[in-house]
Design a protein around this ligand. Structure first.
Ligand SMILES: [Fe+2]
Length: 261
């Protein structure tokens, strides 16, 4: 391991105090290489609900007062919301919106040609992460619609700040390989982080279950990033000022820059 021990003037120690607390007094470039892979951004797409449903809970398969469960294969997924250092992030709202079994969204323009919206499907849900950063959704496997592979839309926010807009995919779906949005999502490691295995709950069950940890950079998202602008597919890279973006040069600047006195 590349290890650097500090021998620095007292005033510089003040500058580095918080940094040292997080590294146990030892800084290594390897430590930063071990930061978690940030979940990549993806375009919000055209179908974020323009009218939110009355029922917005994290079970999209059943609308309160509905006559029947939603059509489609019931699918559950959950995991933790983390920062790049692996610290759980509580009290963040995770939103989910997706196509129903017929490939239609709860959006005024979200009904695909020749299809009907499933009136029993909630279409949108949300949940606040708990003290351990955990979240969970019960929903259906999204329907396929022209030009895309199967996907869930996800956003993470706290108050009025949205930190991330992304999409989640199911491993083994043939259309994944030629989905332009998936192919444009960050590095290979980032793309792999949003393609998850879903397995039957049991030998007797048709329900699918998967896990997915979301790793958040700490810079709130710019509105254009939701629409495929900077940081979105085909756009320039996002401005990265989150914890995973600390470079060796940043460390040298702190250590060897002009003394403050
Ligand atoms: Fe979509």
């Amino acid at each position: 391991m590349n290890t650097t021990f500090f021998h620095i003037p007292l005033s510089r120690r003040k500058l580095l105090h918080s940094l040292l607390l997080t590294t146990g007094g030892v800084l290594t470039s390897d430590l930063y290489a071990e930061a978690l892979t940030l979940t990549p951004r993806a375009t919000e797409g055209p179908y974020y609900p323009d009218h939110l449903p009355l029922d917005q809970d994290n079970d999209l398969t059943q609308i309160t007062g509905g006559k029947a469960p939603a059509g489609g294969i019931v699918t559950e997924f959950g995991g933790r919301l983390l920062n790049a250092d692996g610290k759980p992030l509580s009290n963040h709202v995770i939103e989910l919106w997706q196509a129903d079994v017929n490939g239609c969204y709860i959006h005024s323009r979200g009904v695909q040609k020749g299809k009907e919206r499933d009136p029993q499907f909630q279409g949108y849900g949300k949940i606040e992460t708990n003290a351990k950063g955990e979240y969970r959704f019960r929903t259906i496997k999204p329907g396929l619609y022209t030009g895309r592979t199967i996907h869930w839309h996800i956003a993470v926010k706290q108050g009025d700040k949205r930190f991330l807009t992304t999409q989640l995919f199911i491993a083994g779906v043939p259309q994944n390989d030629r989905d332009g949005i998936l192919r444009g999502m960050g590095s290979e490691a980032q793309r792999l982080s949003v393609i998850r295995e879903f397995k039957p709950r049991s030998a007797e069950s048709q329900e699918l279950v998967g896990t997915w940890d979301i790793v958040l950079g700490m810079t709130p998202e710019e509105p254009e990033q939701r629409r495929g602008g900077p940081g979105g597919p085909g756009g320039p890279p996002p401005r990265r000022r989150d914890s995973a973006a600390v470079s060796d040069q940043d460390i040298k600047d702190v250590l060897f820059g002009p003394a403050p006195f």
